[in-house]
Write a protein that binds this ligand. Structure first.
Ligand code: ADP
Ligand code: MG
Length: 784
């Protein structure tokens, strides 16, 4: 029986987690009310009452309700019926505007400050609501206006920024459809320049004679006179903010019609000077991570004193973006602090396993194996992702980990996304493990009910050590005697949610993925998993020879396929995914198979597509693997890691429609045997850009290099398998270049949470508040 304090603690944890995660009702699966309906809330009816209907409440009401529930849980008497949150917060502050001189918290609503006539509306029109929003509305770029050049020094074609007063203006239309605005601008030193706008008639109303402007653009020289093709214009407001806009490194903001740069700069300045300058990051951590303090950073991003100031400001704020991202990720993995199994996992046992292999581990395998063993020895639940190209030796490493688990008397599971993969893994595990006396079983849908029942009974009685099967079967229908380690072969089939579900059990968990993604992305998208990378292939592999062909040369491609078939090899032909539409895809694949039967009458051709049942697919794959026919025409379903060592060539039709990582993935299906292998990309119509993309695949066989290139070309949102990851739009951060800073931020986040898993320490109150504020801004894109 749990004592009352224990129950209270059990209830408090999820409630505090909910608070940390911004009241999204995601802290507990099924929602808070489900938790409250259960036994732990029994002794606390008032808490249950306070949170009644929680899911239906708005964000502020939720916050209100949750705070009240937490207070009740501590035995603090209930507050009188609540007033809406905003009103309460307003009431706590001076009635109209905060008195000058009071330092304001970042969460203060903008309405507390006088922004000048119409100012508040301009700011809210930009989506800004609190002082924090204004602070984090960073300049999009910076311009060095410390010494505006003298016009005489500017060369033809050079880009320059000049400040001056409009002397005269003129509109002309040299030919129909073309409108040119000219303004003569006189600088403070008396020089004159003609500024020109092409086809931007709306600019005219901002050009009043006598008003001050700052113009950026390209200079054209005509003898002694200069003309400026304007690209960016700022009007200086009357209020004399000019000093913020000239004579220094100046931030240029994203603005809207009617909101001047000058106004935005003054708003940032007002905010900065009114703000309580406290830092949510305690100083010893700042020192440890070589970060400047928050106030210096915020001033520096808006009003840098010099380049160095801007650089350290950018570094700190960028670091913070990742820090909060990682904190949020780590806190989402509710099990971050769960205890898992503790294995002995000795070096000697690893050596025993390796000695039984027909090869030596590569350096990368050995490194990753040690990372895994470290996790296994610790009492925390392992949650580790092993990434590596197809054939890099992940399965061998997983077998070693399973061996270590069995050595300690535990059972292990190896789960695959499909039956055929499960069978393949089963054969591998038998080869790796049975010589060590490990008993390996298979559990798949194709077994008879009697066989299944027998297998389940053996697992439950502990008479079998390692079970290989499809994830669904193992997860839903197995009672384990003593499960210690679960390996999930993901092959990017399983989403985040499924992984979580799995992680909520007690075994250590190892996820294998053959989809290399850039480290920066892995660190942010899979923030709840530790990351191991096998970035080295076993020796002696010959890379797949890849060639890009224009589709009018495709007969060449199939001529080559035929020569391979005559040598006894087999071929894959893959058709492109069409708008995720399986019916159309099927049509395209069927059509292609028919065409090929005409072109290659000698070849035996069969078809595999997404509309087949799992059993049908497996049957076709098995026949292909056994050499029952020569060419497998398929839609992208063969992406999953089935081994057909005799297949030596793959043709990918409409290659331009695939992402690079996906092409790489597909290509990994050949080159699994000893024969030299080929991949021919047949591209239909494509742009230069597409060509550049496909050339990357032609030029590299390293999945990580390809993924990096893909990230650079297409941005994180487009990368396969990462769309659901909930990475917010970073303002300063750039996943392409920030690996190092992400790792440091992640280390700090882990360090913080390892000492204080729920950020409860009073010294971290400001950090917690900042985390909450930022979490609320994140639009989670979690799809599943
Ligand atoms: P993955 O799971 O990453 O696709 P596997 O573990 O299945 O890779 O390994 C692919 C093939 O390479 C297998 O036939 C395996 O026996 C072999 N292999 C694995 N590691 C090595 C190694 N270090 N040296 C030589 N061959 C290896
Ligand atoms: Mg594999």
């Amino acid at each position: 029986m749990a004592t009352l304090p224990e129950l209270r603690e059990k209830l408090r944890r999820p409630l505090e987690l909910e608070r940390l995660r911004g009241y999204e009702n995601r802290a507990v699966s099924g929602g808070l009310e489900k938790l409250l309906a259960g036994p732990i809330a029994g002794p606390f009816p008032q808490v249950r009452e306070a949170l009644r209907g929680y899911d239906a409440l708005g964000p502020q009401e939720r916050q209100e309700a949750l705070e009240q529930a937490l207070a009740l849980l501590e035995g603090v008497p209930a507050r009188p019926p609540s007033t809406p949150k905003v009103a309460r917060r307003d009431a706590a502050l001076p009635p109209l505007t905060a008195a000058p001189g009071t330092a304001l918290a970042p969460g203060t609503p903008l309405s507390q400050i006088d922004w000048g006539h119409g100012g508040l509306k301009k700011l809210t029109g930009l989506g800004l609501q609190t002082l924090r929003d204004v602070l984090h509305n960073y300049p999009r770029r910076h311009e060095d206006r410390r010494a505006l050049p003298s016009l005489a020094e500017i060369e033809d074609g050079q880009k320059a920024t000049v400040a001056g007063v409009i002397v005269s203006k003129n509109r002309r239309s040299p030919r129909p459809g073309m409108q040119i605005l000219d303004a003569v601008v006189q600088t403070s030193s008396g020089e004159r320049v003609k500024a020109t706008w092409f086809n931007q008639p709306w600019v005219e109303k901002n050009l009043r004679e006598g008003s001050s402007l700052i113009l950026t653009g390209r200079v054209k020289r005509f003898g002694k006179s200069a003309q400026l093709g304007v690209e960016h214009m700022e009007t200086l407001d009357q209020a004399g903010g000019g000093s913020l806009s000239t004579g220094r490194i100046v931030g240029v903001y994203d603005a809207k019609e009617g909101v001047s740069q000058d106004f935005l700069r003054r708003s940032a300045q007002t905010t900065l000077s009114r703000l309580d300058a406290g830092d949510y990051l305690p100083s010893h951590w700042r020192k440890q991570c070589e970060l400047t303090d928050l106030a210096d950073a915020l001033w520096g991003i808006h009003f840098p004193a010099d380049e160095a100031h801007l650089a350290r400001a950018d570094h700190r704020l960028r670091f913070d973006e990742y820090l909060f991202l990682e904190l949020r990720m780590l806190l989402q993995g509710e099990d971050a602090v769960l205890l898992g199994k503790r294995f002995t996992a000795t070096d000697r046992d690893m050596q025993t396993f390796e000695a039984g292999l027909p090869f030596n581990f590569t350096g990368a395998q050995r490194r990753v194996m040690h990372e895994i063993a470290d996790d296994m020895r610790s009492e925390r639940q392992m949650a580790r992702l092993v990434q590596g190209d197809v054939g890099s030796g992940k399965t061998a490493v997983a077998a070693c980990a399973l061996f270590l688990a069995v050595k300690d008397g535990y059972q292990g599971a190896l789960m695959a996304p499909t039956e055929i993969l499960a069978r393949q893994h089963f054969a591998n595990m038998q080869a790796y493990l049975e010589p060590h006396g490990v008993r390996v079983g298979l559990l798949i849908g194709a077994l008879t009910p009697k066989q299944k029942a027998e297998m389940q009974a053996t697992i439950a009685s502990g008479l079998i050590d390692v079970v290989v099967g499809t994830q669904a079967l193992i997860q839903e229908n197995v009672t384990w005697a003593n499960l210690g380690l679960a390996v999930v072969d993901e092959e990017h089939r399983f989403g985040v949610a499924q992984r979580r579900k799995l992680l909520s059990g007690r075994p250590d968990v190892l996820v294998m993925s053959a989809t290399p993604i850039p480290r920066s992305l892995a660190l942010t998208a899979y923030g709840d998993l530790e990351l191991s990378i096998i970035d080295e292939l076993p020796p002696g592999r010959t890379p797949v020879d890849t060639k890009l062909l224009q589709d009018n040369h495709r007969t060449q491609a199939y001529g080559f396929v035929m020569t391979q078939i005559r040598e006894g090899r087999q071929a894959f032909v893959v058709t492109a995914l069409i708008e995720e539409n399986e019916t159309l895809e099927l049509l395209a694949a069927t059509q292609l198979a028919d065409d090929l039967r005409v072109i290659l009458p000698e070849a035996r051709i069969d078809l595999l597509h997404g509309k087949m049942s799992a059993a049908e697919k497996d049957a076709v794959m098995e026949r292909f693997r056994a050499g029952g026919f020569d060419i497998l025409v398929s839609t992208t379903v063969i992406e999953v890691g089935v081994d057909v060592p005799n297949a030596s060539v793959m043709v990918i039709e409409n290659a331009e429609r695939f992402g690079l990582s996906q092409l790489h993935q597909l290509r990994g299906r050949v080159g699994r045997g000893s024969a030299k292998s080929y991949c021919i990309l047949v591209a239909g119509e494509h742009s230069q850009k597409t060509r550049k993309r496909l050339k990357i695949i032609e030029g590299s066989t390293d999945g990580f290099v390809i993924a990096e290139a893909d990230l650079k070309l297409r941005g994180p949102g487009e990368l396969r398998g990462t769309r659901q990851s909930g990475i917010p739009d970073l303002k300063l951060g750039d996943l392409v270049s920030d690996v190092e800073i992400i790792e440091r931020a992640r280390d700090l986040a882990k360090h913080i949470l390892s000492h204080d898993p729920l950020l409860k320490h009073p010294r971290l109150a400001a950090l917690r508040e900042e985390l909450q504020a930022r979490s609320q801004q994140v639009a989670y894109r979690e799809v599943i």
